[in-house]
Design a binder for this molecule. Structure first.
Ligand code: ADP
Length: 461
């Protein structure tokens, strides 16, 4: 938070400093220019008076008359005529001082350059303050006209103050605008900073809509959007990883459990055979058959576990190729027709799929095995369309509503005893579901007039 506020005020401070400095400089410059212009204007007027007096003197007129007739534009001017040695020849106020006037700044300047002024100078002769303008004439005399500092002269010489107020108003308006603009600009940064803090704390960031609709806002919103996407992916990956670990753990526990029964059955058979070599042949045969069927159960379990594990490892581990799906299914059907008395009806249009032959076959084999083992059906119907939508139904007992949502779970059995008896591992439908998913499809089961599986295996286009 600190960073955002300081950014806004730092930014504002820079803008204000520049604009106030600019306004101040402009104001001083303009003020001086106007003052100079007014001084020059007054000087020009007094110079005009000096020129008129000089003309009069040149004509040989009396100075008193000249000054008396002088139509000056300046109010109550004081006229002084200074001789070459700095002596006062004439002064309209009658202040004929003996002091050397050549040292007065306006006189010295006039003698040096022909023209000199002195602003706001206090007169040593009469104690008043004047604006002096002196002109050197051709015969070495300096004519000086002075305007006394009355209120109206002071007002005239002062620059117009209205400019100050205008500049002040403009600068104030600029400051307010700068305040608002920096507020708006810093809004994106403030929100981005709040977002960064939120992200640092590990809190989920849900939306990126709150940014202003400008360039900075768009950049900030894109950063947040990107973060949200990546965060979601990261969280998903974590969830996925956790779920994978959970499933693996569950699988390991279930495998241990499933292994116990056949392994101990085999051990018991072997123990009895080893400890009692005298037992009769028929009993021996029974024990060997029992051990063999349990070994087969173990074999099936290991194969099913291998399939499930392979699919869990991910798509990359599964090799795929082009498969003539219709042909493969027909071959499996023919095989099952030989193994069962259940009527199998099939209608499969020609289609090819890009997939894994073993997994594809395991889908249909598991469904046929289950229908034969559990449904008690007299008829199995397998239908498909050319889009790869399949319906596998039997007219058997179906599955009750309470079990139906769980049949695709690993090691889930509706009738545990019967399932084990028939050599089922409880992994068959889990393998079917995963195999369908690996080929880009989904599967669902509906129990209506038997059990119906609807699934799709998108064909190669
Ligand atoms: P298994 O590998 O032990 O055969 P599955 O996962 O294939 O297990 O099946 C789960 C359960 O669903 C089985 O225990 C069985 O009771 C039930 N089942 C599966 N197919 C059918 C069917 N066609 N008719 C009735 N019950 C079925």
């Amino acid at each position: 938070m600190k960073l955002t506020v300081s950014f806004r005020y730092r930014f504002l401070f820079i803008i204000l400093a520049i604009s106030w400095a600019l306004a101040g400089t402009l104001l001083i410059f303009q003020y001086q220019r106007e003052k100079k212009f007014r001084t020059e204007l007054l000087d020009a007027r007094l110079q005009a008076d000096n020129a008129m007096i000089a003309n009069g003197l040149r004509r040989g007129a009396d100075i008193r008359e000249i000054v008396g007739d002088l139509d000056s534009s300046v109010e109550n001017p004081r006229v002084t005529v200074i001789g070459e040695t700095g002596n006062v020849i004439y002064d309209s106020r009658g202040m004929v001082s003996a002091a050397n006037h050549n040292t007065r700044p306006e006189i010295a300047a006039a003698r040096a350059s022909g023209h000199g002024i002195a602003t706001e100078r206090h007169s040593e002769s009469d104690g008043s303050t004047y604006f002096y303008s002196a002109t050197l004439t051709d015969d070495g005399v300096v004519i000086r006209t002075a305007a006394p500092y009355t209120h109206s002269l002071e007002t005239f010489l002062k620059a117009d103050r209205s400019l100050i107020w205008i500049m002040l108003a403009i600068t104030l308006i600029m400051s307010v605008v700068a305040f608002i603009v920096t507020g708006k600009i810093s809004l994106s940064i403030r929100r981005l900073s709040a977002f960064a803090e939120q992200a640092e704390r590990g809190e989920p960031v849900l939306s990126s809509e709150a940014f202003p609709n400008d360039e900075l806002g768009n950049i900030a919103s894109n950063i947040v959007k990107l973060y949200i996407q990546r965060d979601a992916r990261h969280r998903d990956a974590l969830r996925h990883e956790k779920e994978k670990i959970r499933i693996k753990k569950q699988l390991t526990n279930n495998i241990n459990h499933e292994l116990k029964t056949p392994v101990s059955a085999i051990l018991v058979c072997i123990d009895v055979l080893a400890d009692h070599p005298e037992i009769e042949e028929s009993k021996k045969y029974e024990l060997i058959t029992l051990a063999k069927s349990n070994a087969q159960r173990l074999d099936t379990l290991l194969k099913d576990v291998a399939d499930i594990t392979r699919m869990d490892e991910g798509q990359e581990m599964i090799k795929k190729c082009e498969i003539n799906l219709a042909e493969s299914i027909i071959n499996i059907i023919n095989e099952y027709r030989m193994r069962t008395h259940i009527v199998i009806e099939a209608n499969i249009p020609p289609m090819t799929i890009y997939g894994n032959r073993r997994l594809i076959e395991s889908i249909f084999r598991n469904l046929f095995d289950n229908a034969i083992a559990y449904s008690g059906a007299s008829r199995i119907i397998l239908k498909a369309d050319s889009q790869g939508n399949f319906c596998f139904s039997d007219n058997g007992s179906g599955i009750s509503e309470e079990h139906l949502p769980h049949i695709f779970e690993r090691f889930y059995r509706v009738d545990k005893g019967r399932s084990r008896e028939s050599g089922g591992t409880g992994l068959g439908l889990a393998i079917v579901k995963n195999a369908v998913a690996i080929h880009g499809g989904t599967i669902r089961a509906v129990s209506l007039n038997g059990l119906n599986f609807y699934f799709n295996l998108p064909p190669k286009t």
